[in-house]
Design a protein around this ligand. Structure first.
Ligand code: GLN
Length: 493
């Protein structure tokens, strides 16, 4: 039989439905692949072979069917799954086994998806490389000395290394799209409120959004359709039908689609090969019948500084719950020390440097006397960025840009330079601040280093289908041209 790990989710579901392979065989093939390569990739923090095989058996017994029944998936380790460790890449949650499932997990189980395990990430999703994981970095399957992006580098690397055909990530400032770009995979940040946040450990509640990682646009759409939609357990969840992303991915006709190239997301600081592949992809869109315009979003240049006030502020408040008292790590509790001392010792030992940096920054930005000057101003900038998007979407249907200014950098290269690390998210952050829908899809390899380049598509809130419309058409056109090697996937490990 052909190597089952090389098939897409769509192909696997068909193979299982026609009984050419059982769901158990498919799950076992992926567990074997993990056993063979994950020592080098380190995409997984926890593999749940028993749970995966039990779910696969239910599919084989005919208890569950559907477009993703029996398809294996990797889950980012800040999404709760009952009884399975959830670490968020941090020591502070040591020993915690959540007593409940996230809504995303419930929906995956109900759809017959086989969850293989939990993937590595930067601590509490703060970072662009997975180097801030307390459990060591993940390695990029295209070059093991390079980062797979972050914070969801584990999910993207698992998909790029054929350890799982699909994965779930979360995106607060780019953590699905930036790893997607640097690993040659598809990553989608749905509209804010489009996918339930219930059971996601919060980083910055006004920005966080779970979404799909996949090797093809259609696979991402199938996953989006399973996890999306209103959830009464999340008060910010949008009570409206999810646009038909699957039909959009399959349409493959973008004649007349108005595409805006964002003037501010190119030029100085962008790697030549990234710009080249981006420009070629835009030319291809034009050949496919899209109308391409240049569009200006003048306030995007303030997105990064505004984000680095809003995110630390919200995260300092959210991370205050890790206090050693109710669950997770507890350090120095010798019966003599006060609760405050134990709390301080635990937080000192349990949080890494980047988490501490942001907690301190955020606490400062929210302190009385500074609140308006920092947090208040950043929120005003956020409104201006939202208005830039609104003005742009009055003229065009979607916006495009490179997903990241550069291809994957080397492990260690930016670890001591927070600003350089933050710049990896220059292009992705505006969509989080405005809450709109956004996708990264691979558009080839940069000529100078042979590493994947991602193109970002941005659409208005609740117009997620436009991402898939453009993505599906561009992916198909690329298959017949310079994009072919990337779509075949990362070199065998
Ligand atoms: N790299 C960004 C950060 O460090 C993105 C985080 C995210 O999307 N979770 O904040």
């Amino acid at each position: 039989m052909a190597d089952l790990t090389r098939l897409t989710a769509t192909e696997l579901a068909a193979t299982i439905a026609t009984k050419d392979a059982s769901a158990v065989e498919v799950a076992q093939a992926h567990l074997d692949r993990i056993a063979a390569v994950d020592e080098r990739v380190h995409a997984f923090l926890h593999v749940d072979a028993e749970g995966a095989l039990a779910q696969a058996k239910r599919v084989d017994a005919g208890e569950i069917s559907g477009p993703l029944a029996g398809v294996p998936l990797a889950l980012k380790d800040l999404i709760t799954m009952r009884g399975i460790p959830t670490t968020c890449g941090s020591r502070i949650l040591e020993g915690w086994r959540p007593p409940y499932d996230a809504t995303v997990v419930t929906r995956l189980r109900d759809a017959g998806v086989v969850i293989l395990g939990k993937t590595n990430m930067d601590e509490f999703a703060m970072g662009s490389s997975t180097e801030h994981s307390a459990f060591g970095p993940t390695h990029n399957p295209w070059d093991l000395d390079r980062i797979p992006g972050g914070s969801g580098g584990g999910s993207a690397a698992a998909v790029a290394a054929f350890e799982a055909p699909i994965a779930i990530g979360t995106d607060t400032g780019g953590s699905i799209r930036q790893p997607g770009a640097v690993t040659g995979t598809v990553g989608v940040k749905p509209t804010y409120g489009g996918v339930s946040r219930y059971g996601l450990v919060a980083l910055a509640s006004s920005l966080d959004q779970a979404g799909p990682c996949a090797r093809t646009v259609e696979d991402a759409a199938l996953l989006h359709a399973v996890i999306g939609g209103h959830d009464p357990l999340d008060s910010t969840s949008i009570d409206a039908p999810v646009p038909d992303v699957v039909a959009a991915a399959r349409r493959k006709d973008i004649k007349g689609l108005k595409v805006g190239v964002v003037r501010e997301l190119q030029g100085e600081g962008y790697q030549a090969g990234v710009e080249q592949r981006f420009r070629e992809a835009v030319a291809l869109l034009e050949q496919l019948g899209a109308e391409v315009h240049e569009v200006s979003c003048p306030h995007f240049e303030y997105a990064l500084p505004a984000y680095y006030l809003i995110l630390p502020s919200e995260c300092s408040s959210n991370l205050a719950r890790f206090d050693s008292i109710r669950y997770g790590l507890r350090v120095g509790d010798d019966g003599e020390r006060s609760a405050e001392e134990v709390m301080a010792l635990t937080r000192e030992a349990g949080f890494g440097a980047e988490a501490k940096r942001r907690i301190m920054l955020g606490t400062y930005a929210l302190s009385s006397g500074y609140y308006d000057a920092y947090y208040g101003s950043a929120q005003k900038v956020r409104t201006l960025i939202t208005r830039d998007f609104e003005a742009a979407f009055a003229k065009v249907d979607v916006l495009v840009s490179p997903t990241t200014p550069t291809t994957a950098f080397r492990i260690g290269e930016r670890i001591d330079d927070p600003m350089a690390m933050y710049l990896a998210d220059l292009c992705t952050i505006p969509s989080n601040l405005a809450g709109n829908a956004s996708m990264s899809l691979p558009v080839g390899l940069a000529p100078e280093d042979g590493l994947p380049v991602g193109l970002q598509v941005m659409a208005p809130p609740m117009a997620d289908d436009r991402l898939y419309l453009l993505g599906g058409a561009l992916e198909e056109a690329l298959l017949g041209s310079w994009g072919a090697p990337i779509l075949e996937g990362a070199p065998a490990l």
